[in-house]
Design a protein around this ligand. Structure first.
Ligand code: A3P
Length: 377
């Protein structure tokens, strides 16, 4: 009786241990199986494998135990040794991480669907100026195009960070698919002496866009922006004529050509420098005024110049009465209506009409020269 009891006890223990072993093995096996499936889904899509690493591994509760941060790959599953990992063929030469904002972009949804790989490349086209001409509006409008990828902020590579080298610049560009146009806008490029040659060195075939606006209005816009930052700014009239001898009736004053907002508007001088490095055919002059009254027409010219299909049309714009400017029905980042920020489209202070007409006179010969230079554009 005692022997039977001992035999039962032994067999119960053995069965229990067998069950525990089977449970452990099947748990490990299932984990490895699903892990392989997760990776094989992204086979040959190395970009997405890395995205998976960045975006999902941690959010799925996978710890560093499952992920080797030095090799940027998942640690091998002990059941299957290294086989599943070698099958995945992670392309570690692609070390760039696509930011989460970019992943959400519809352009990246397309990438995921097609299994295409995005790379960062130096820009094909630049919005080089003119400051306060409407450069932000142009960039925001053109980047709605599915074949355009643009850096959101001003990079200032050619005027401030040139010493950092082209590789630094490339890293500041958004990931781009084959066939997409990469763009950047930094308005100070137009007026910086060294920039034309530097851009040429990067790409002699680069396409250059320049938004031009009546230089007097542009100067007032520039002044309005500066005045909004510095409360103690002098009046526009005083600044515009500081080196001249404004009489008590405002007569006889000479324009202060050393004042930044005045200098920038002498478009012909800056353009002459650019024409030493680039043929006119590689430059497109966008009208800052028309960009406000008929954005679709101006953007049509831009799409043609960039050899893009005319995708952006009137349907993409609406006039926002509160802002007093055209806005986008949807922007690159959001599907809802979108206007430019409050620093764009400010109301200008009243400027003495005498000062305005004197400035107009000052610019007249430079404007004539500018029209001459751009005649065949
Ligand atoms: P103001 O703010 O003086 O009106 P930039 O982007 O080059 O700094 O230019 C700013 C100017 O863009 C603005 O100057 C505004 O007139 C002009 N602009 C053109 N289209 C615009 C738009 N859709 N919304 C807001 N501003 C626009």
């Amino acid at each position: 009786m005692d022997a039977i009891h001992r035999f039962r006890k032994k067999s119960f223990l053995l069965t229990f241990m067998f069950c525990v072993t089977v449970f452990c093995l099947s748990y490990k096996f299932n984990y490895c199986l699903t892990k392989d499936l997760r990776f094989s889904r992204f086979k040959d899509k190395s970009t997405l494998v890395l995205l998976e690493k960045n975006a999902s591994f941690k959010s799925r509760g996978m710890s560093e135990d499952h992920y080797d941060t030095t090799t940027r790959s998942p640690k091998p599953c002990s059941l299957k040794k290294k086989e599943p990992l070698s099958e995945v063929k992670l392309d570690l030469s692609w070390k760039e991480e696509i930011p989460l904002t970019a992943q959400r972009s519809p352009k990246y949804r397309f990438l995921r669907q097609q299994g295409l790989k995005a790379t960062r490349k130096l820009p094909d086209a630049l919005i080089i100026g003119v400051k306060k001409g409407g450069t932000r509006a142009l960039l925001e409008f053109i980047r709605v195009h599915p074949d355009v990828r643009a850096a959101g902020s001003e990079i200032h590579f050619f005027d401030r960070f040139y010493k950092k080298g082209f590789e630094w610049y490339r890293h500041h560009m958004p990931p781009t698919l084959e066939g997409q146009v990469t763009m950047e806008k930094t308005p100070s490029y137009f007026v910086t002496r060294e920039v034309p040659q530097r851009v040429r060195r990067m790409n002699p075939k680069a396409k250059l866009l320049i938004v031009v606006r009546d230089p007097v209005t542009r100067a007032i816009s520039d002044y309005t922006q500066a005045a909004s930052k510095k409360r103690s700014m002098r009046k526009f009239e005083e600044l515009a004529f500081l080196n001249g001898s404004m009489g008590s009736n405002g007569g006889g004053g000479l324009v202060d050509t050393s004042w930044g907002p005045v200098k920038i508007g002498v478009y012909a001088r800056h353009l002459e420098r650019w024409l030493h490095s680039f043929p006119l055919s590689q430059l497109l002059f966008v009208s800052g005024e028309r960009l406000v009254v008929d954005p679709a027409a101006e953007i049509a010219r831009v799409q043609d110049f960039l050899s893009l299909k005319r995708v952006i049309t009137e349907k993409h714009f609406y006039f926002n009465a509160t802002k007093g400017f055209p806005c986008l029905m949807k922007s690159e980042g959001s599907p809802s209506p979108h206007c430019l920020g409050k620093t764009k489209g400010r109301s200008h202070p009243h400027i003495d009409p005498v000062a305005v007409s004197r400035l107009r006179e000052f610019y007249r010969p430079f404007n004539a020269r500018f029209y001459q230079l751009t005649a065949s554009s």
